[in-house]
Design a protein around this ligand. Sequence first.
Ligand code: SF4
Length: 236
Amino acid sequence: MNITVKQMIGTSLIDWEGKIVSTLYVPSCNFRCPFCYNCDLILRPDNFKNIPQKEIDSYLLERKDFIDGICMSGGEPTLYPDLPSYFKEIKNKGFLIKLDTNGTNPKLLEDLLKFRLIDYIAMDIKSSLDFDCYSKAAGIKDKILLERVKDSITLIMNSETDYEFRTTVVPVLHTEENIIEIAKYISGAKKYVLQNFSPLEKTLDPSFQKIKPYSDEKIQELSEKAKKYVPNCCWR
Ligand code: SF4
C-alpha cells in the first residue's frame, strides 16, 4: 500500500473533539498556503524518515483500550489513491477515522463517503470562493482546484458523515467580508470553525512570521457574525 507516513503524534487530545487519536502526517500537498506551518513536510519530504506501518499498527493495537482512532493529516492525504484501502485496514482493526483535507479530490472523497471509510471530515476553506481570493490564500494558479473544492463542499454537506469546515484567519488574506462570504456559501453547514492564525517559527512564506494575528476579540466577533449563516460557528 502506497501511503507514506512521515510524522506521528501518538496520543492527541486536540485533533478530534471528544476523541483520543493518533495523528498521522503524510507528505506533499497541491496547495501552497503562505501561512502553512507544515512547510518542511510539503517542500522537503525527503528530510523525514518514513514511519514503518508495522510501528504504527503496533502502537495503535497496544493502546486499543484508550485510543479511539486516527486523524489522517498532512500534507494532503487525498493525493494518495491508496487512501481507501489504507483506511479499510485501519477500520478493520476497530479504529475510527478523521480526515483532514483541503477538498481538492472530491472523487476520492466520494468513495470514502460511499464506503463509509471516514467518521469525521475537517475540510479547510481557505478563503471566499472566488479565484482571486482563493489563489492568494492557497497559493494556487489552477482554477480547476477551486472547482474541486466547491464540489467537495457540496458533497460533504449532502453526506451523512459528521464534519466541520474551517478557515485559518490571517489579517493580510481575510477581511470581515471574506469570512461572511464563506459563511454564506456554506449556509446551513453543521459546523464552521475559525482558527486564529498563529505565526510560528516557520511558515511557507517566511514573511508571514511577521504578521500580527487578529485579536481573539476580533475572531470572536467574526464568528458571531458568521453565526447568522452557520449557527454552529466557533473559533479557536
Ligand atoms: S493545504 Fe495549505 S496549510 Fe494545508 S498542508 Fe497544504 S499547503 Fe499546508
